[in-house]
Design a binder for this molecule. Structure first.
Ligand code: SAM
Length: 233
């Protein structure tokens, strides 16, 4: 399957394994991952997407409208889907209290100063139980035929495995998470030394002692983000 499908499938597998109830997809674009999670995310009760580009979200969001088949074959549990226009560099109370936040091919579209702001918002304010971040692996780029510069003209950077891991480990230290590194799009031997085409970090929040200074915010009405669409099944 194409690389973007492998990334979505990685998230679907994670959701099926760990069964988060509330999942937030940052930089959801045309909502394709949310759509997959709607069908394959057994046990998910709240799916939220955020993107600064509302026109991308609008292209397919009405496909979330319940079909008559949804009524004929009701879900086993409740499900609500909400889509917001907003920038991930800004904290908004509607993004707190999630079990899983996914950031698939998002960070490389931010300027480095914005990555700093986003890291603080993601791990310090949203503070979800788990986070999945994927981004291109620059170590792999020499193997992409004809590639000059970055993989996409809007990319502000593409990190080597070492750069990505340094960023991720720093977030863990500051905000109290542990991280595991993996990826999708692996080459067979003899190129295994360059790593995966898309590198992925999976973060888990440390269990916090009763007297810890970590502040857990519960999810509240948006103050900055704008609700574009919402549906309850
Ligand atoms: N996650 C989707 C996927 O894997 O198919 C789309 C990834 S697309 C390459 C990057 C998305 O991030 C775009 O839809 C873009 O509008 C969004 N984006 C970029 N900067 C953003 C920001 N500051 N806040 C919210 N979304 C942003």
């Amino acid at each position: 399957p194409p690389l973007f499908m492998q990334r979505y499938q990685f998230v679907v597998d994670f959701v099926q394994k760990y069964e988060p109830k509330k999942v937030l997809d940052l930089g959801c674009a045309e909502c394709r991952l949310l759509e997959k999670l709607k069908y394959h995310g057994n046990g998910v009760e709240l799916l939220v997407g955020v993107d600064k580009d509302s026109s991308a979200m609008r292209t397919r969001m009405y496909s979330f409208a319940p079909l008559s088949s949804d009524y004929l074959q009701p879900r086993t549990g409740p499900l609500a889907i909400e889509l917001y226009e907003g920038s991930v560099t800004q904290p908004d109370p509607s993004t707190c209290g999630f079990d899983l936040v996914t950031c698939i091919e998002l960070i490389e579209h931010l300027h480095l100063e914005e990555v700093e702001m986003f890291s603080e918002v993601l791990f310090g304010f949203m503070a979800p139980s788990a986070v999945i971040v994927s981004t291109p692996n620059a170590d792999y780029n020499p193997l992409l035929p004809g590639l000059v510069g970055f993989r996409h003209p809007d990319h502000k950077f593409e990190w080597s495995r070492e750069q990505f891991q340094l960023w991720a480990l720093r977030q863990c230290e500051v905000f109290g998470y542990t991280v595991n590194f993996t990826g999708v799009g692996a080459l067979a031997e003899p190129h295994t030394d360059v790593g995966f085409c898309s590198q992925i970090a999976v973060f888990n929040q440390d269990p916090s002692p009763q007297d810890s200074a970590v502040q857990y915010r519960s999810r509240e009405e948006p103050t900055v983000y704008r609700l574009l669409y919402s549906v309850v099944y």
